[in-house]
Design a protein around this ligand. Structure first.
Ligand SMILES: [Zn+2]
Ligand SMILES: [Zn+2]
Length: 237
């Protein structure tokens, strides 16, 4: 049924590209081929640490080699965070365009389907940063993760909560502080993540520090291996 609807709407272009608003949206508001060309899709062999382009002969890029060991088994990113991708992600995050979760989520799920030996029981989004200049009514990582989860047929679980570094950290017990080394995240639903393989999702992979802090608390809560997926990766130059 979904395929049929897709074909009909594709034929009439009922759901055009959400960027240029006229290109062929493939029947489901995807980025059109012309916009895709300007969005720098990351293809081929990529770094296992960040999902970005590989600039070494190893499994990790030069940035990941220099960084702290990543607390995940693999990472994938769909686009390079520059030019049109950068503009579209800004629109998604800051200008109230939640509909952009879908065109990012669909290719991200396709990317994961191609990932050998990947399996996940849960999709967990990085919670919204609380120190934001813009007040938003939605968490773009959760919307993006929701599309990925639906496409892959895996449940989405908002297991992480972002706690305020200063005030709330002081209220935590010694044990909780040990489990929460960076003081940014806590696991709100430890029973939901225990023993589960997790696909941790965010919009952009920059240094990986935020994702590492999120992954660390999930692992401390007893989760299984973590794989990181982002819509985009900042380029190294
Ligand atoms: Zn377009
Ligand atoms: Zn890397």
């Amino acid at each position: 049924m979904r395929e049929l609807l897709k074909q009909v709407s594709a034929g009439l272009n009922l759901f055009p590209c959400p960027v240029c608003r006229r290109g062929d949206g493939g029947g489901e508001n995807r980025f059109c081929p012309e916009c895709e060309k300007e969005m720098h899709r990351i293809e081929g062999t990529r770094c296992r640490g960040c999902g970005g382009e590989l600039d070494t002969a190893l499994a990790l890029c030069s940035v990941c080699i220099a960084a702290e060991p990543r607390p995940w088994v693999g990472a994938a990113a769909v686009y390079e965070y520059r030019d049109l991708t950068r503009q579209v992600i800004h629109r998604f995050k800051f200008f109230n365009h939640p509909e952009l979760a879908r065109p990012f989520g669909i290719p991200a799920a396709e990317r994961m389907r191609r990932e050998e030996s990947f399996r996940a029981d849960l999709v967990v989004p990085v919670p919204l940063h609380i120190t934001r200049h813009f007040r938003r009514s939605f968490n773009q990582a959760a919307l993006f993760g929701g599309v990925v989860a639906r496409e892959l047929g895996i449940p989405l679980c908002n297991a992480l909560i972002r706690i305020k570094r200063t005030r709330h950290q002081a209220r935590l017990s010694k044990e909780a502080r040990r489990k929460n080394p960076h003081g940014v995240f806590a696991v709100g639903k430890p029973e939901a993540v225990r023993g589960k393989c997790i696909l941790l999702v965010d919009d952009v992979f920059t240094t990986g520090a935020t994702l590492a802090a999120a992954a660390a608390v999930l692992l401390k809560a007893g989760s299984g291996p973590i794989f990181v997926l982002t819509a985009a990766r900042t380029p190294r130059y």
